[in-house]
Write a protein that binds this ligand. Structure first.
Ligand code: PA5
Length: 437
């Protein structure tokens, strides 16, 4: 993986970035020593190197059972209990696999990340008559969206496959002791994995939270972990990214747009937004993490990026080599005037679009951070994941916020429970009804 910040220095001096990088390196020490805010949630820091082959084999064995027993597996989870697996599976899958379905892999579906009635209805319809299994993921074991979806899926799985088989194809990934998901898993005798106490949801993709669904989808979790291990051993890139973001934020760049030129990276950006948004957006501070898929969004958000309010900077994830080769054909008539591209790779056009856009955006006052990975494979994704996690932990210390809590997420839950009349929320129900009257 390479990080290039040369298109930032016209906006913020290299000296400024270097001085913040010194602070980021000090922040790395406090992470290592466990003396930073939220230090009971630092289990992710050396997670890659702590994963043993035995543990990975256990995950692969459970994945194999689900692959054998199920034509579809529904992953129930939200936020950090969903986005990492979704991001990696999308990035590594054939874009049209869901149409072809000839890979021999079970179809991986996601639920519990919304409360859309139509979504859940259509999902349960799709699953009718199918040999499906469920991976129920919730660290707290009490998250409403996930618990609601799981209740529906558990019932349907038991009805369709019988209680005994359902027990074999439902897996829980949750806390060791607390929460309804743990109680249910223990009572029903489900196979379960533990989310370590000291790893928060958005830092949990390299625990069974991400690893099991990724393995069920048929991807190489050893390579994913190896990539993360490599990045764990080399912290410099993360300190540079953290320092650059912080320098830009100090210059009034309040929005970071993560851009990709490969549609398969769409959900990596969603994962990244959650990691950064939930970690740094507190105490009235924090960069707003946004994302675009390019060149698609050059025809929607491109105008804003080029000429809108100059409070943004852009971070591009670029994939050096595509997995496949496709050349534009020559055409005798050349009615579309595209013969100048005949026999050239699609990726060459994409790369020139990327370079042209980068130069245009920099000319338009948008600083540009450039991250490139060699290919879109499990190893490189592992690197990228750990890089972003570490940089997030470092940057939040520069900003002076606790990266590992999310007190703001409770506000909507309190109101929702009060509105739904959840037992224990009587006072809040009264207050909210009075407010709405
Ligand atoms: O990053 C986080 O901590 C959150 O996004 C959680 O992952 C999310 O709220 C889901 O929580 P849980 O796993 O407890 O259901």
């Amino acid at each position: 993986m390479k990080l290039d910040i040369t298109k930032v220095t016209p906006f913020v001096g290299q000296d400024t970035i270097s001085s913040y990088q010194v602070r980021a390196t000090e922040a790395l020490k406090t992470l290592e020593e466990g003396t930073c805010p939220g230090n009971d949630f630092l289990g992710w820091l050396h997670l890659p190197s702590s994963l043993t082959p035995e543990f990975l084999n256990e995950i692969k064995a459970v994945a194999q059972t689900l692959r054998q027993e199920c034509e579809a597996v529904v992953v129930a989870g939200i936020g950090g209990s969903y986005l990492g697996a979704k991001a990696v599976i999308e990035a590594l899958s054939n874009s049209f696999q869901w149409l072809q379905d000839k890979s021999g892999n079970p179809t991986i579906l996601f639920a519990g990340n919304n409360i859309g009635e139509d979504y859940l209805f259509e999902l349960t319809e799709y699953l009718k008559g199918k040999r499906f299994g469920v991976i129920n993921i919730s660290k707290s074991g009490t998250t409403t969206e996930t618990a609601l979806a799981f209740r529906l899926l558990k019932k349907q799985c038991e009805q369709q496959r019988g209680k005994e088989t359902a027990r074999k194809v439902i897996v829980a990934i949750t806390d060791a002791r607390r929460g309804a998901a743990r109680t249910c898993a223990d009572k029903e005798g489900y196979k379960s994995f533990i989310i370590p106490d000291n790893v928060g949801g958005r830092f949990s993709v390299l625990t069974p939270v991400g690893l099991l669904p990724i393995a069920v989808a048929g991807f190489d979790i050893d390579q994913l972990v190896r990539g993360a291990q490599q990045m764990e051993a080399a912290g410099t890139l993360a300190t540079q990214y953290a320092a650059t973001r912080y320098a830009l934020y100090q210059e009034g760049k309040k929005i970071e747009i993560l851009a990709n030129y490969q549609p398969k990276l769409h959900f990596m950006a969603e994962w990244w937004k959650q990691l950064y948004g939930e970690s740094e957006g507190k105490d009235g501070k924090g960069i707003f993490p946004a994302s675009v898929d390019l060149t698609t969004d050059l025809h929607s958000m491109g105008q804003w990026i080029q000429e809108g309010e100059r409070t943004i900077f852009e971070t591009v994830i670029s994939v050096e080599t595509p997995e496949h080769t496709l050349l534009f054909p020559a055409d005798e008539e050349n009615l579309d005037g595209l013969n100048f591209l005949a026999c050239r790779r699609v990726d060459e056009v994409n790369k020139m679009a990327e370079l042209g856009t980068q130069l245009a955006h920099v000319d338009g006052g948008v600083p540009n951070i450039h991250i490139s990975i060699e290919r879109l494979d499990a190893y490189n994704l592992g690197q990228l994941i750990y890089f972003f996690e570490l940089a997030c932990g470092l940057y939040c210390q520069l900003l002076g916020v606790n990266a590992f809590n999310q007190p703001g997420v409770e506000a909507y839950k309190k109101n929702m429970f009060a509105l739904l009349g959840k037992p224990g929320y009587e006072k809040e129900t009264e207050a909210i009804k009075a407010r709405l009257a």
